[in-house]
Ligand binder design. Structure first.
Ligand code: NMX
Ligand code: MLT
Length: 428
C-alpha cells in the first residue's frame, strides 16, 4: 500500500505543519468558554477535540475534507476511506492498489466461522460484531511490534494503517456471516475478489439481487462512515486508541458505544417504532392518528427515535439523501410513507415539547435507514446497527491513523467533584 501510505504521509505533513504553526503562535490563546451547564450536560457544544477526517456543520451537515454529502454520496465506500485518510479521492492507480490490498487481506481467520456458529442465538448481532473484531486483536501488527527497536513512535500510524486495512478488508464478510449464519441459520456465501465492497456485501447477504439493493448498501456504507470526532462511538474508539490499545480494541470499543439506543441502535428502534405504529393504526395511518400516537409516547416519557441531534440543527442531510433514494426506488413502500408522515408531524410537536427544550426537532439518519433496508428484504432489524458499524469503522480507523500520525497524545480530560465546582463558583 505504498501509494496510500505516501498520500497519508503527505496529508500528515500538511496537517502537522499547520498544528506546529498554530501551537507556535497561539498555544495559550483561549478559543472558547466552558459553561457549568456544559460541564454537567455531557459536554454538548464544548469545543474540545481536533479531528481532521470530517466536520459536522450544525446547519449544513457532514463534510469530509471540503466535500459535502451531495458531493461525495455517489462514491464507493473504498473511495470514502481514502478521502478520510488522505484528504483526497484516489485516482485509478491508487484505487487499484487499495482494491488489491483489500482482496489480499479479506480472508477470515479459520476460527471465525466456528466462533460465529458457537454464539448463543439470542445474542444481539452487535455483540457478535464487536466480539468478532475483538477476537482478532492478537493479530494486530501494532501490538506485535510495539516495544521493538524496529518500531519508532513516528511509525505508529503506519502500523495502525496496516491493522486498519487488515481489519476493514474482513468486515463485509464478517457482517454477512453474522446475518446468514446467526440470524438466518443459513450457509454463508463466498466473498468475490471481482466485486467492490457494497456489491460483495449485497451478494454475501443473499437476500436481494436487485441492482438498487447494492446501490442502497453502497449509499448506506458511505453515509455512515464518519461524523467528526465527538460522537459516542468515534470518541470512544479514539480514546481507547489514544492509550495505544490497537485498532481492534478501539473499533470493538467504539462499536459498543454505537450499540446504544441514543446512538446507532436508533436505526433498529426506529423500524420497531414504525412497526408499532402500523400494528396499532394499520399500514396507512393518518397524520392525525400519528399526531395522537406521538403525543402519547411523549406523555409517557419516551423519546421519539430518529429525531434530535447533539450537533445538527437541521434535517440531517443523510436523512435527505436516503429520502431521495426512497423516492426514486421504492416510493410506494408502506414504511417509507409512514417515515414521510412522521417527518410532517414530529418536528412541529417537538418544537413545542418541554417548552422548546429539544435542541433539534428534525430527523436524523436513523429515522429512515431501517425502512429502506426492510423494503429490500433485510427484515432482521438487529442487523441494522451492524451495517452502521461496518461503515463507521472506516471513520474509527482513519481518525486513529491521522491522530497517531500527528503525534496526538493520550486523551485524558480532567474531571472534578461537586465540591470542587461549588468551591470554585463561590470564589467567583
Ligand atoms: N424525543 C423526545 N425528547 C427528546 C428528543 C426526542 N427525539 N430529542 C431530545 N429530547 C429531549 C432530551 O431527552 C432532553 O430532555 P431532558 O432534558 O428532559 O433529558 C431534551 O430534549 C434536550 O435534549 P437535546 O439537547 O435536544 O438533545 P441531546 O443532545 O441531549 O441528545 C439525542 C441528542 C440524539 C440523543 C436525542 O435527540 C435523542 O434521544 N434522540 C432520539 C434517539 C435518536 O434518534 N438517536 C440517534 C442519533 C443519531 N445517531 O445515529 O447516533
Ligand atoms: C453519528 O453519526 O455519529 C450520529 O449522528 C451521532 C452524532 O454525530 O453525535
Amino acid at each position: 500500500m505504498e501509494l496510500l501510505k505516501k498520500n497519508v504521509n503527505k496529508r500528515k505533513e500538511i496537517l502537522g505543519g499547520e498544528i506546529a504553526d498554530i501551537l507556535k503562535n497561539h498555544a495559550d490563546t483561549t478559543v472558547g468558554e466552558i459553561k457549568v451547564k456544559q460541564l454537567l450536560g455531557g459536554m454538548r457544544g464544548m469545543t474540545s477535540l481536533v479531528c481532521n477526517t470530517s466536520f459536522v456543520d450544525p446547519y449544513k451537515g457532514l463534510f469530509i475534507s471540503e466535500y459535502s454529502i451531495p458531493e461525495f454520496e455517489d462514491r464507493l465506500p473504498e473511495e470514502i476511506f481514502y478521502l478520510l485518510c488522505a484528504g483526497k479521492f484516489p485516482d485509478d492507480d491508487e484505487m487499484a492498489e487499495l482494491r488489491e490490498e483489500i482482496n489480499a487481506r479479506s480472508k477470515l481467520p479459520k476460527f471465525m466461522w466456528s466462533f460465529i456458529r458457537s454464539l448463543p442465538k439470542k445474542m444481539h448481532p452487535m455483540t457478535l460484531f464487536s466480539m468478532c473484531i475483538l477476537s482478532m486483536e492478537g493479530r494486530s501488527v501494532f501490538k506485535q511490534n510495539y516495544g521493538t527497536p524496529e518500531m519508532t513512535k513516528a511509525q505508529y500510524w503506519e502500523y495502525t494503517l496496516e491493522d486498519s486495512l487488515n481489519l476493514l478488508s474482513k468486515l463485509p464478510t464478517i457482517a454477512a456471516a453474522i446475518y446468514r449464519i446467526h440470524l438466518l441459520g443459513k450457509q454463508p456465501i463466498d466473498y468475490s475478489p471481482r466485486l467492490d465492497w457494497s456489491n460483495n456485501l449485497a451478494q454475501m447477504l443473499g437476500v436481494n439481487s436487485e441492482r438498487s439493493f447494492s446501490e442502497l448498501l453502497r449509499l448506506y456504507l458511505v453515509l455512515h462512515c464518519d461524523h467528526e470526532g465527538g460522537n459516542v462511538s468515534a470518541f470512544t474508539s479514539r480514546v481507547v486508541n489514544s492509550a495505544l490499545s490497537n485498532i481492534y480494541y478501539a473499533a470493538s470499543a467504539g462499536l459498543n458505544g454505537l450499540a446504544g439506543p441514543l446512538h446507532g441502535l436508533a436505526n433498529q428502534v426506529c423500524l420497531q417504532f414504525i412497526q408499532g405504529i402500523h400494528a396499532q393504526l394499520g399500514d396507512s395511518p393518518t397524520t392525525d392518528d400519528i399526531t395522537a400516537y406521538i403525543n402519547n409516547e411523549l406523555e409517557n416519557g419516551r423519546v421519539i427515535p430518529g429525531y434530535g441531534h447533539a450537533v445538527l440543527r437541521i434535517t440531517d442531510p443523510r436523512f435527505s439523501a436516503f429520502m431521495e433514494f426512497g423516492n426514486k426506488y421504492c416510493p410506494n413502500s408502506a414504511y417509507l410513507q409512514t417515515v414521510k408522515k412522521l417527518y410532517y408531524v414530529v418536528p412541529n410537536i417537538l418544537k413545542d415539547y418541554k417548552g422548546g427544550k429539544v435542541a433539534n426537532p428534525y430527523p436524523n439518519v436513523d429515522a429512515i435507514s431501517g425502512s429502506l433496508l426492510y423494503h429490500y428484504g433485510i427484515k432482521k432489524y438487529g442487523f441494522y446497527t451492524v451495517l452502521f458499524g461496518l461503515s463507521r469503522v472506516l471513520g474509527f480507523c482513519a481518525q486513529s491513523v491521522l491522530a497517531l500520525g500527528l503525534n496526538q497524545p493520550i486523551i485524558r480530560p480532567k474531571s472534578v467533584t461537586n465540591k470542587w465546582l461549588k468551591d470554585k463558583l463561590e470564589k467567583q
